[in-house]
Design a protein around this ligand. Sequence first.
Ligand SMILES: *Cc1c(COP(=O)(O)O)cnc(C)c1O
Length: 239
Amino acid sequence: MINIKDNLDKIKAQIRQACQLSKRLPLLASSSELSSPVTLLAVSKTKPTSLIEQAYQAGQRDFGENYLQEAVEKVEQLSHLPNLIWHFIGPIQSNKTKQIANNFSWVHSVDREKIALRLNQHLKDDKGHNTPLNVCLQVNISNEESKSGVRVKQIFELAEVVNNCDKLNLRGLMAIPEKNAPDSCYEQMQQIFTQLKSQYPSVDTLSLGMSNDLDKAVAHGSTMVRIGTAIFGARENKV
Ligand SMILES: *Cc1c(COP(=O)(O)O)cnc(C)c1O
């Protein structure tokens, strides 16, 4: 049987070691002494709520989902767990923005103006909703034709749009580098992130790194890694 707590402990140790190697944490500090500069986002897509609850019992609070229908059911089923933070990390269709605005604290995959404006409008319409939605702009860093994400040239224009939305909180950037992407791709993300941070005080998040490229991402300044397989095991279907 899969042991979620063991897997979380291993990933946290790996993050700590990657931070130490890149001098983001002093050597020898134990996990209890220093909070990590990297947040662990547990990607639970296709996995049952029973496994999410196990992770929660082990202290995990941030969870990422890709498929809206599936995600909304899980949010509902787990609404009894306090302080659980849901992140939407999948591609966004514009007719789904209302459900995203209603169910998530974070969205990592905003890649065009229309999506940002629609999310903002839903939050304005919903008078009971007081907390802003945390937004990362998804960057198509490997310039893949078929992939979602804003092109590098358009990042700052989109950032300005999000920054001007009163119900959105611009937190940073997200990317999914192609498999075996060169270091230059990670360096470029780090550079753009630094530049964005210098322009917008609200920016503090570089959402970069998955099970296979965690070390490289942390070495290049990632502040949030999105880990699925290494916590919950391989997925049977899609992605
Ligand atoms: C599925 C997914 C992940 C997790 O990937 P693993 O390789 O299973 O760690 C991270 N980010 C996004 C956007 C994903 O779709």
